[in-house]
Design a protein around this ligand. Structure first.
Ligand SMILES: CC(=O)N[C@H]1[C@@H](OP(=O)(O)OP(=O)(O)OC[C@H]2O[C@@H](n3ccc(=O)[nH]c3=O)[C@H](O)[C@@H]2O)O[C@H](CO)[C@@H](O)[C@@H]1O
Ligand SMILES: C=C(OP(=O)(O)O)C(=O)O
Length: 421
C-alpha cells in the first residue's frame, strides 16, 4: 500500500497548474450516457475516481478512451447494459450519477446503492424521490436501485421538485434526467456549487434547455434527444484551496495557474483575515504567506459558504496559527476523523460532536499518521509539510481518489515529499 513520506519545514515557491475538478468531471462523464453521439471532455484530471468511472461506463458498453493530455472521448451509442454493479460502485459515491441519465435515456436502470463512507451515512433518498416525481418506479432490492418507467410512460415527465436539503449530486442527477424528460422540470432548493453550472453548460452544448443554473431554482425544458459535444472541465476549486492552505501554512509564494478566485470567496476571505496575501492575477491566483498566521473560526455550509471539502485542510492551517479557533462541520455527521491524527503530530484540539476547538501551537513534530478519507488525507499532508522531521501518511489511496499527482506538484514547489510503498 502506498504512503507519502514528508520531511517538513520547507517553504513553497513557484507555479503549479490546477487540474480539472473531480466533482465536475464525474457528473460530466455520466452526462455522456445521455446521448448516442460522441462526447469529448478536456481537462479531465488523472484520478482514481475518474479511472473507476471510466471502468463503470465501459462495463455498460460505452467506448471511453483517455489520452495523456487529459482528453477523454466517449461514445455511448452501443450502451447495452444500463447497470452499475456494486463492485465498481463501492469505492465511489459519484457512481449514483449514472442513475438519472440511464433512466432518462433507456427507461430502466439498475444501479447499486453507493457503499458506506467514513464521513457520514450519505443516503440517496432525494435522488430517488426526485426521479419518482418524474415518473420512475424505483425499488431498492438487494442493495440495488431498480428503476423503470411507470406503466404507460415512454419517457420521464417533467416535475416540480423541492429537495429536503441542498444536495449537490442530487441536483446533478435530476438535472441530467430532466434534460431528456417530457415537459418542464423545476428544481427548487438546488445546489449552487460551481460544478453545477459547469455541468449545465455541458448539457446546453448537448442541446439541453436549462436556465437558472448557479441559483437555487433551476428550470429545465426537456428535449427528445441530446447530441454530442466538446467540453472542458472547470478548474478544481478544492485542489486550488488545498494548495492555498498549504502555502499559507508553510510560508512562501506560489501562483496557482487556472485557479478561479471567484469559486473560492469564502476560503480566500478567511485566508486574508488570517494574514495571507491572496491576489487574483491573469491566469490564476497568487498566495503569499510569511510567519505565523492568525487562527480563523468557521462553519461549513453549502456554496457559496465555506466548503465542507476544505474544512480539514483549513484546520491543518489553524492548528499552527496563533490563537484559538472553532471549526464546525454542518454538512456531514462524521467529518472530523483527521483530528485524532493531527493530535499525533502535536496539535491541540478538543472536539464536541461536530465542533472542534483548536489552540494553535508554534510547532508540530513529524509522526506516522493514517488517512481516513480524501480531504483528511490532504489535511495530513499539509500538517506534514509544516511538522519538524519526518511524517509518513499511510493509506493514501483515499488521496489518490481525488488529487492529481499531488506529491509531484508539491515537490515541484520545493516540498520534500515522496511516495513510498
Ligand atoms: C462527487 C461530489 O460532487 N461530491 C461532493 C458532493 O457530495 P454529495 O452530492 O454526495 O453531497 P450532498 O450535497 O448530496 O450531501 C449534503 C447532505 O445531504 C445529505 N443527503 C444528500 C442526498 C440525499 O439524497 N439525502 C441526504 O440526506 C447528505 O448525507 C449530506 O449530509 O457534495 C458534497 C457537499 O458539498 C461534497 O462534500 C462532495 O465532495
Ligand atoms: C467527499 C468528497 O468526495 P465524494 O463525494 O466523491 O466522496 C470530496 O471530494 O471531498
Amino acid at each position: 500500500m502506498d504512503k507519502l513520506l514528508i520531511r517538513g519545514g520547507r517553504r513553497l515557491h513557484g507555479e503549479v497548474r490546477v487540474s480539472g475538478a473531480k466533482n465536475a468531471a464525474l457528473p460530466e462523464l455520466c452526462a455522456a450516457l445521455l446521448t448516442a453521439e460522441p462526447v469529448v471532455l478536456h481537462n479531465v484530471p488523472r484520478l482514481q475516481d475518474v479511472s473507476t468511472m471510466l471502468k463503470l461506463v465501459r462495463h455498460m458498453g460505452v467506448t471511453a478512451e483517455r489520452d495523456d493530455n487529459g482528453t477523454v472521448q466517449l461514445n455511448a451509442a452501443d450502451l447495452t447494459n444500463p447497470e452499475a454493479p456494486y463492485e465498481l460502485v463501492k469505492t465511489m459515491r459519484a457512481s449514483v450519477l449514472a442513475l438519472g441519465p440511464l433512466v432518462a435515456r433507456f427507461g430502466h436502470a439498475k444501479v447499486s446503492l453507493p457503499g458506506g463512507c467514513g464521513i457520514g451515512s450519505r443516503p440517496v433518498d432525494q435522488h430517488i424521490k426526485g426521479l419518482r416525481a418524474m415518473g420512475a418506479e424505483i425499488d431498492v432490492e438487494h442493495g440495488y436501485m431498480m428503476a423503470r418507467l411507470q406503466p404507460g410512460l415512454t419517457r420521464l415527465r417533467g416535475a416540480r421538485i423541492t429537495t429536503d436539503m441542498v444536495t449537490v449530486t442530487g441536483t446533478e442527477n435530476l438535472m441530467m434526467a430532466a434534460a431528456l424528460a417530457e415537459g418542464e422540470t423545476v428544481l427548487e432548493n438546488a445546489a449552487q456549487e460551481p460544478e453545477i453550472p459547469d455541468l449545465a453548460e455541458m448539457l446546453i452544448r448537448m442541446g439541453a434547455k436549462i436556465e437558472g443554473h448557479g441559483s437555487s431554482r433551476i428550470r429545465i425544458q426537456g428535449v427528445e434527444r441530446l447530441h454530442g459535444c466538446e467540453h472542458s472541465v472547470v478548474a478544481d476549486r478544492i485542489e486550488a484551496g488545498t494548495f492555498l492552505c498549504a502555502v499559507a501554512a508553510t510560508g512562501g509564494d506560489v501562483l496557482l495557474r487556472e485557479a478561479r478566485a471567484d469559486h473560492l470567496d469564502a476560503v480566500i476571505e478567511k485566508l486574508r483575515d488570517a494574514g495571507a496575501t491572496v491576489l487574483e492575477e491573469a491566469g490564476g491566483v497568487r498566495v503569499r504567506s510569511e510567519g505565523r498566521l492568525k487562527a480563523q473560526s468557521f462553519r461549513t455550509t453549502e456554496y457559496p459558504g465555506f466548503p465542507t471539502d476544505m474544512q480539514a485542510q483549513f484546520m491543518a492551517l489553524n492548528i499552527v496559527s496563533e490563537g484559538a479557533s472553532t471549526v464546525t462541520e454542518t454538512i456531514f455527521e462524521n467529518r472530523m476523523m483527521h483530528v485524532n491524527e493531527l493530535l499525533r503530530l502535536g496539535a491541540r484540539i478538543q472536539t464536541d460532536g461536530r465542533t472542534a476547538m483548536i489552540e494553535g501551537v508554534p510547532r508540530l513534530s513529524g509522526a506516522t499518521v493514517m488517512a481516513t478519507d480524501l480531504r483528511a488525507s490532504a489535511c495530513l499532508v499539509i500538517a506534514g509539510l509544516v511538522a519538524e522531521g519526518e511524517t509518513v501518511v499511510d493509506r493514501i489511496y483515499h488521496l489518490d481518489r481525488g488529487y492529481d499527482r499531488i506529491e509531484r506538484k508539491l515537490g515541484a514547489l520545493g516540498a520534500d515529499i515522496e511516495r513510498i510503498s
